[in-house]
Design a protein around this ligand. Structure first.
Ligand code: ATP
Length: 211
């Protein structure tokens, strides 16, 4: 069983996420890919657009074409977990659920920014031992930084790290939110149309809303 994990806030999910997930599923011939919207820390002030229900619904819409193939699903595992959600706990839970044993059995996709901070995450040693890290470049000139960080993680933590073969799509959820709140109309190359329709209907990110 080749299991892939792709976690994120997905507020909102954009085509950078979708392309990376598609390539990940194909390049690693995964049997199952779990898209994992993360929960928010309980103490954090939640804006309407960070509402887990909206982020889950938008992820379902964004990844729907990929999920249609039957090997990909949007998971509620972290959203349903009470309290703080740690990636190390998620990996342990997935090992249990899927009956996995040994090291580096879950392929975990993350972008350059997340990869850069990974050694500082809670129980990063557990993450590096259970997951095989796959990094998606977010900008063309990320390559040197990734190579240096890969060497460090391999030497210091016994990590296994690969880089996804995909040219970067330089877009972030922050940029999409800014565009929408300033009355912009993001192209479908950036934001899946179904997600944009959902955002406008629900009035998220400063759009007027029709609900
Ligand atoms: P924000 O701008 O709100 O920080 P984001 O665009 O970084 O959001 P997240 O939901 O935080 O999106 O990202 C989830 C995962 O997807 C992270 O590992 C992140 O690095 C990765 N990612 C985000 N955008 C891209 C992109 N354009 N290409 C490849 N990976 C990406």
């Amino acid at each position: 069983m080749k299991l892939g994990l792709y976690g994120g806030t997905f507020s909102p999910p954009h085509m950078g996420h979708v392309r990376a997930a598609e390539t990940f599923l194909r390049e690693y011939a995964l049997d199952r890919l779990l898209i994992m919207p993360t929960s928010m820390p309980p103490h954090k002030q939640i804006d309407a657009h960070d509402d887990p229900r909206h982020r889950y619904n938008m992820a379902k819409l964004a990844f729907e074409p990929l999920c249609r193939g039957g090997r990909c699903e949007v998971s509620t595992l972290e959203l349903e977990r009470a309290g703080k959600s740690y990636t190390s706990d998620t990996l342990r839970e997935l090992y249990d659920i899927y009956g996995l044993a040994g090291e580096h059995k879950i392929y975990m996709l993350c972008g350059t920014d997340m990869f850069r901070t990974l050694p500082t995450w809670h129980e990063s040693d557990v993450i590096f031992s259970l997951a095989h890290i796959v990094v998606a470049r977010r900008e063309d000139d990320d390559a040197d930084m990734i190579a240096a960080q890969k060497m460090l993680c391999e030497r210091s933590y016994g990590a296994v790290v690969d880089v996804l073969h995909l040219s970067p799509l330089e877009i972030s959820s922050t940029e999409v939110r800014d565009m929408l709140s300033h009355g912009g109309d993001p192209d479908a190359v950036i934001l899946p149309q179904a997600v944009e329709d959902y955002i406008r209907k629900a009035g998220l990110y400063g759009t007027s809303g029709t609900e």
